[in-house]
Design a binder for this molecule. Structure first.
Ligand code: HEM
Length: 414
């Protein structure tokens, strides 16, 4: 047996999966990740249900895993898939969320994803830019009217991506309050697993109604196009369409919202960088890549199951074992990013981050997320040059307990 082989250590010696930043250091890497990476690019960790998985903390190894969909499956029903602590991760789930193509392997995954790639092409997303800018300006107007202090999360970070996804999916204006209510409850810290299941059912019922309306009277939106071009031709089942709508809504909303909140706070705490961006808006694109790298908001995945024995980073992984990619650790791997804990908006290789994943599942909405972030950051910097947190950093409610890191609220003044 090769000395590269790692025998399963005794359960008590296996550290738990690190997810929360060190106390008092909200922008820090989840405590323990640096130490794990310094030891090896892959380590064994224990999960809440007592199971174990491999945790990947280095850049090259993360790309090796995410780039190999043949030996690393995204399907939760695959033996060894680490479902512990994952929303919609149960292998018995039949709700529309668990059936999304994010949890499929090729060729099923390819068939469904291909129907969406055109919708998220750079050209199409760039065409939305003026409308997104208008939405951001409108939200800033509302903040000015409301007066100081304002919670930036509920005033800008949440409504901007929620309106954009509404626009994309063709959610009629009059349904926005209902749709916002569902998404707000889904995002609430107080939402228990049972309540979440109820909210997801409500969402499924709402999307069903929406799709029925598109079937009768298609418009110019993504869902209508899928109904007309794919469902009617039999390429896409109605159930698959609902799953796509749910995954876009869930995947595309909370993620971007949290990145907006964290980015705004980071720049409020770094006035010099904020001033450079105000002076030269061409720097915004690079700044957004660097903010995505530094914050790496996905704290609990992506996850895969090994389907065939394979050696990665000097470790032998066996079929039936689970793998979790620690995106925050990977994006601060010093072998890839020099001085990785520092925000450097001119970092030449910032865009090599894996904040959007890598390989066949790499985020389908990344261009849209980038445009939304660029607009949110640029508009806030221009409209509120003196904006600052209205409470000390220690009082800010960071989402230390959530799969997607960020802020529950961000009171600001100016
Ligand atoms: C800052 C914002 C975002 C971040 C950090 C993010 C992150 C990610 C990551 C890490 C994955 C890969 C999951 C895996 O490999 O298993 C992913 C996939 C995905 N994301 Fe995003 N995302 C963001 C915004 C969006 C937006 C705006 C949309 C849509 C409107 C979206 C829709 C999706 C979908 C549908 C997938 C599944 C792709 C596939 O399986 O082929 N995301 N995202």
């Amino acid at each position: 047996m090769s000395d590269l082989t790692v025998s399963s250590p005794v359960a008590s010696a296996v550290p738990p999966l690190p997810v929360a930043p060190p106390p008092g250091c909200p922008f820090g890497l989840p405590a323990g990740l640096d130490a794990l990476r310094a030891e090896a690019p892959l380590s064994r960790v224990s999960l809440d249900d007592g199971s174990e998985a491999w945790l990947v903390t280095s850049h090259a190894e993360a790309r090796a895993v995410l780039g190999d969909h043949r030996r690393f499956s995204s399907v939760p029903a695959t033996p060894g898939f680490p479902t512990s602590g994952m929303v919609g991760g149960s292998t018995t789930d039949t709700n529309i969320v668990s059936l999304g193509f994010i949890r499929m392997d090729p060729p099923e995954h390819t068939r469904l994803r291909r129907m969406l790639t055109g919708e998220f092409m750079v050209r199409r997303v760039e065409a939305l830019r003026p409308r997104i800018e208008e939405l951001a300006e409108g939200l800033c107007d509302a903040m000015e009217r409301a007066g100081r202090p304002v919670d930036l999360v509920s005033a800008m970070a949440l409504p901007l991506p929620s309106s954009v996804i509404g626009l994309l999916l063709g959610i009629p204006e009059e349904d926005h309050p209902r749709f916002r209510d569902i998404t707000a409850r889904m995002n609430s810290r107080e939402c228990s697993p049972a309540e979440l299941a109820g909210v997801l059912n409500e969402l499924a019922a709402y999307l069903d109604e929406l799709v029925t309306a598109k079937e009768h009277d298609p418009g110019e939106d993504l869902l209508s196009r899928l109904v007309v071009e794919q469902v009617r031709s039999g390429e896409l089942s109605r159930h698959e369409l609902l799953a796509i709508a749910a995954v876009l809504l869930i995947g595309g909303f909370e993620t971007t919202a949290n990145m907006i909140g964290l980015s705004a706070l980071t720049l409020m705490r770094d006035p010099e960088t904020a001033e450079r961006l105000r002076q030269d808006p061409a720097l915004i694109r690079g700044a957004v890549e660097e903010l995505l790298r530094l914050h790496s908001i996905i704290r609990n995945g992506p996850r895969r199951a090994v389907t065939e024995d394979v050696e990665i980073g000097g470790r032998r992984l066996r079929a039936g074992e689970g793998v979790i990619i620690a995106i925050p650790a990977v994006n601060r791997d010093p072998r890839e990013f020099g001085n990785p804990d520092v925000l450097d908006i001119g970092r030449p290789n910032a865009a090599r981050h894996v904040a959007f994943g890598f390989g066949v599942h790499q985020c389908v909405g990344q261009t849209l997320a980038r445009v939304e972030l660029q607009i949110a950051v640029a508009t806030l910097l221009r409209r509120f040059p003196t904006m600052r947190p209205a409470v000390p950093l220690e009082q800010l409610p960071f989402r230390v307990d959530m799969t997607i890191y960020g802020l529950h609220a961000l009171p600001v003044t100016w």
